[in-house]
Ligand binder design. Structure first.
Ligand code: FES
Length: 391
C-alpha cells in the first residue's frame, strides 16, 4: 500500500463530530503514536529511514488490473522486521529523485530462512495521477534498481499472537494485513483469524486467489470479501465468503459475532477507518484491542492549521512569512529547497530535521515543540512562533 501513512494520529484531522467517538476508541493509540513521534526529539539523524540500500527487481506479479507486487533482492540483508512494517524507497524519474513509503507485503518469516534472507516485496496500486505508482507500474522492469531503507513502523503483529484476530482492510489497505496473514500461515500460528476485505468489485480484490487458497488450506483462517458492485462473483469465488456493500454493524456482527473478543488489525482509506471506528465505538469495543494504520491523513482539514509565523531555513537567506495552510515542509519546497520526504504524513521520518529556535505544532498529534534543538517532522508541522529550521 502506498503509505500516505499511519494512523490514529489522524484524529486531529477528522471532523469534530467524529472526533469524540473516534477518540474514545483510539485514545490509547495516542501513546503509540506519540512514541513514534518522539523520534523527533530523541534521534539526531535519519540513519535507517532514508533509502540507502540498493535493491534489484527480480520479478513482478500483476495482482489486479491496477495493482502489482514488486519482488526485490537487496544488496545487503535488511534488518529483521515484524509483519506490517514499511520501507522508504527512492528511485529516479527524469533525473529527479522520488521518495515514497510503502508497506511490505512479504512475510518477514523469509528472514529466518537461509534461502531468501535478502528478498522482500511491496504491492502498489496505481493512484490517479500518482507520479510514483504509475511510473513504477509502467517503467520498472526486471533488473531495475531502487534504493530502500531499513523496515520500520509500529503497525506490526507480535511475533506469536495468541487468541482471536480480526483483520479488516479496504482496497490497498490489504497490503500490511497480507504480510501479517502470510507470516501467521507460514509460522503455523493457530490463532482463530477472520480476514475481511472491502473492494469495489471482484476485479479489484488484491491477492484474491492466494487468500482463497489460505482459507482452503488453513482451517483457522476464515476469509471474507465485501463488494460494492458486481456482486455476482465469478464461479472461482467461494460464494459463501462474498458479501455486499460497505462496512456496517450488521455485517460485522454477522461475520464475526464474537468481535468483542478479537484483536482487530485495521487498515484502509480514511472514510473506511472513520466508519469502522464509529461502529466499534457503538459496539463498545475495547480500544486496547484495536491496532490500526491509515495511510491517507488529510492534513488540510486540521483545526491546528491557521498559524502564520516567520520561518527561516539555515541554507537560505531571509525570512518567510508562513501561510496558515502550509506545513513547514511545503514552505521549504516553495522556497526552492528539496528536503527529503517520502510519506508526507508523519510516519516514515525521512523528513526529520532540527529546529534551532521557535515553537512548532505537530498537526497530527497536536504536540508543541518549544525547545531549541528538538527534531521535528516538517511534513506535519507548522510554525506557531518565529522559527528557524536546519534545512
Ligand atoms: S515523516 Fe515521512 S515525509 Fe515526513
Amino acid at each position: 500500500m502506498n503509505i500516505t501513512l499511519n494512523t490514529i494520529n489522524t484524529i486531529s484531522t477528522l471532523p469534530e463530530t467524529l472526533n469524540q467517538s473516534l477518540k474514545s476508541i483510539i485514545s490509547h493509540l495516542k501513546d503509540h503514536t506519540v512514541n513514534d513521534h518522539n523520534h523527533q526529539t530523541t534521534q539526531s539523524t535519519n540513519d535507517g529511514v532514508l533509502p540507502h540500500i540498493s535493491a534489484t527487481l527480480i520479478h513482478t506479479v500483476l495482482e489486479t488490473h491496477d495493482t502489482k507486487s514488486y519482488f526485490f533482492r537487496s544488496e545487503k540483508t535488511l534488518n529483521q522486521y515484524k509483519a506490517g512494517a514499511h520501507i522508504n524507497i527512492e528511485f529516479g524519474i527524469n533525473g529527479e529523485a522520488v521518495k515514497r513509503t510503502y508497506t511490505l507485503s512479504s512475510s518477514p518469516r523469509n528472514f529466518s530462512s537461509t534461502k531468501q534472507t535478502d528478498e522482500f516485496s511491496i504491492t502498489i496500486k496505481r493512484v490517479n495521477e500518482g507520479l510514483a505508482s504509475n511510473w513504477l507500474f509502467e517503467n520498472l522492469k526486471e533488473g531495475g534498481q531502487i534504493k530502500v531503507s531499513q523496515p520500520q513502523g509500529n503497525f506490526v503483529l507480535p511475533y506469536q499472537p495468541a487468541g482471536k484476530i480480526l483483520m479488516l482492510s479496504a482496497g490497498s489497505g490489504v497490503t500490511p494485513l497480507m504480510s501479517m496473514l502470510r507470516y501467521l500461515a507460514e509460522a503455523g500460528n493457530r490463532s482463530d483469524i477472520v480476514f475481511l476485505n472491502y473492494s469495489q468489485s471482484p476485479n479489484d480484490i488484491i491477492f484474491h486467489d492466494e487468500l482463497e487458497q489460505l482459507s482452503n488450506t488453513h482451517e483457522n483462517i476464515d476469509i471474507h470479501f465485501s463488494l460494492e458492485r458486481d456482486i455476482d462473483a465469478p464461479s472461482s469465488f467461494s460464494t459463501s465468503s462474498v458479501h455486499k456493500g460497505r462496512i456496517s454493524r450488521k455485517q460485522l456482527s454477522s461475520i464475526a459475532p464474537d468481535i468483542l473478543e478479537r484483536e482487530i488489525y485495521l487498515c484502509g482509506p480514511q472514510t473506511f477507518m472513520k466508519a469502522t471506528a464509529e461502529i466499534l465505538d457503538k459496539l463498545k469495543f475495547e480500544p486496547s484491542q484495536l491496532h490500526l494504520e491509515n495511510f491517507t491523513a488529510d492534513l488540510s482539514s486540521s483545526t491546528l492549521l491557521g498559524y502564520s509565523a516567520e520561518i527561516s531555513f539555515t541554507s537560505l537567506e531571509g525570512v518567510i512569512q508562513s501561510s496558515p495552510s502550509k506545513t513547514i515542509l511545503e514552505e521549504a519546497e516553495s522556497a526552492g529547497l528539496k528536503p527529503a520526504a517520502a510519506c508526507r504524513t508523519g510516519i516514515c521520518r525521512s523528513c526529520r530535521c532540527k529546529k534551532t529556535s521557535g515553537t512548532t505544532v505537530n498537526l497530527i498529534t497536536g504536540e508543541e515543540s518549544t525547545s531549541a534543538g528538538d527534531y521535528i517532522l516538517p511534513c506535519v508541522s507548522v510554525a506557531k512562533t518565529a522559527t528557524e529550521i536546519e534545512l
